[in-house]
Design a protein around this ligand. Structure first.
Ligand code: BGC
Length: 461
């Protein structure tokens, strides 16, 4: 057993995985800080929402660019570049007094987050030995939730003692710097090296990260074959194939469902939601919510291969729909002029926590997993880019309009809309989504190309 190899891989995964942590930190940052930023920079409600969502526009562009950048300069250098952006623009954002510069830095952070959301899982899947691959990709979602929790915690501690949004932001530069120095020493992706014709170097990396020579030889052969099949067919050409279009539409719809279930309305604005419901200290609920998000994600990672994807999705969607309706009804009560008493307020808090938990066990990790499984090899890069971009586009829309809808039409309307989206989601899962538990990616691909119905492409051949 070559334990040095395992150590090298784990270290690489930890440093690259910091990209997921930074994704979570930047995603959760708005919650608890937006009020202070709006006050100091004199931003209206809509400008505040735009400040939150301009990062997401950067993310969308970042995802599209990172496919090209990581192919040309390599996964490792792209990670270094993203870490540099994280550190530099976090620092600049935290010291500027100019609104335009502040918006510019948040946009640039978005480029880094979008880039990380594409390159980190890609790098992890290429550096990890086959038997550890699934766990390492799932670890990425786990790191996102840890980032969200840590920023909720640090924002609420800073809010209690110093009330400085600059410190809330500036502190993110610390893990960004750790990531920057960490990714400098990690090995390059063997698959990218092969793509560039540097087979000797790729072999060296594999020897330092695999336990046996047989593993090295097998992977070299596998990478060679997969590159040859990719070269035959480019992602864009795949758009001519109807089976690819079908699966692409499914991936995009699954990601849109993940976002229109409303999760980021709660992740970004739970502070405002709790305040609107009459809580005097909304930060405690937000921190507990972040913690639940982390723990339930661990359960999901452990059981997704045992219970299957679809049963968990049905369960998650059912509970989320019920919780959204409860939250909506409570807002309707409050909006009709009745002040929420402590029982109603506790019910609202519990409903929000259960809602986040049921998302974290289902739609959170599973949509990423299914999107990584359903595309045929030749179109996988293209498919993953498109679905990741769909995730950010959905997220931008939700984050940009949630507060305005809540203030103009009331919280009830907002949560009922999310509930309707979850109900529509049932149909997408029931009639179009395959169960991909325990089936190889090759079998899925064969089924798809044979013209099997989308919902059956996960059936054993
Ligand atoms: C989603 C993010 C969300 C996070 C919450 C991820 O799966 O893509 O948009 O903020 O889960 O944990």
């Amino acid at each position: 057993m070559n334990s040095k190899a395992i150590k090298t891989v784990k270290l690489a995964c930890v440093f690259a995985g910091l990209g997921g942590l930074l994704f979570g930190l930047d995603q959760g940052f708005i919650n608890g800080s937006l009020g202070y930023i709006r006050e100091e920079m004199h931003l209206s409600l809509t400008q505040g929402e735009s400040f939150a969502s301009i990062m997401l526009i950067g993310c969308i562009i970042g995802v599209f660019c990172s496919g090209w950048v990581s192919r040309n300069i390599g996964r490792k250098r792209t990670l270094i570049l993203a870490a540099l952006f994280f550190a530099l623009f976090t620092f600049l954002g935290s010291i500027t007094h100019n609104v335009v510069v502040l918006f510019g830095t948040r946009f640039a952070l978005g480029l880094a987050v979008g880039c990380a959301s594409f390159v980190v899982p890609l790098y992890l899947s290429e550096i990890a030995p086959t038997k550890m691959r699934g766990g390492f990709i799932a670890m990425y979602q786990f790191m996102i939730t840890v980032g969200i929790f840590l920023i909720f915690l640090s924002n609420s501690i800073i809010a209690a003692y110093l009330e400085s949004w600059r410190l809330m932001l500036g502190i993110i530069a610390v893990p960004a710097l750790v990531m920057f120095f960490g990714v400098i020493v990690i090995p390059k992706s063997p698959r990218w090296l092969m793509l560039k014709g540097k087979e000797d170097e790729a072999e060296k990396v594999l020897k330092s990260t695999r336990e046996t020579d047989e593993e090295v030889a097998f992977e070299l052969k596998e990478i060679r074959e997969s590159i040859a099949s990719e070269k035959k067919q480019s992602g864009w050409l795949m758009l001519r194939k109807s089976y690819f279009l079908k699966v692409l539409a499914l991936g995009i719809l699954l990601m849109l469902l993940q976002q229109f279930s409303g999760i980021n309305s709660v992740i970004y604005y739970s502070g405002e939601i709790f305040k609107k419901a009459g809580f005097t200290n909304p930060n405690i609920g937000t921190v507990v919510m972040g913690l639940i998000n982390v723990f339930v994600t661990i359960i999901a990672i452990k059981y997704v291969d045992k219970w299957g994807r679809k049963p968990i999705l049905y369960f998650g969607l059912t509970v989320m729909t019920i919780m959204l309706i409860i939250i909506g009804v409570l807002f309707r009560v409050q909006e009709s002029g009745i002040e929420l008493n402590s029982i109603f307020k506790s019910t609202l808090l519990v409903a929000c926590l259960v809602y986040v938990a049921s998302f974290a066990v289902s739609l959170g990790p599973i949509m990423w997993i299914i999107c990584a499984e359903i595309f045929p090899l030749e179109g996988r890069d293209f498919g993953v880019t498109a679905t990741t971009a769909a995730c950010w586009i959905g997220c931008t829309i939700v984050v940009q309009f949630s507060l305005s809808i809540m203030h103009s039409f009331g919280g009830a309307v907002l949560f009922f809309v999310f509930a309707v989206c979850c109900i529509l989601g049932f149909f997408l899962i029931k009639f179009f989504t395959p169960e991909t538990k325990g089936i190889s990616l090759e079998e899925i691909e064969i089924n798809l190309k044979n013209g099997t119905k989308l919902k059956d492409i996960g059936n054993k051949i």
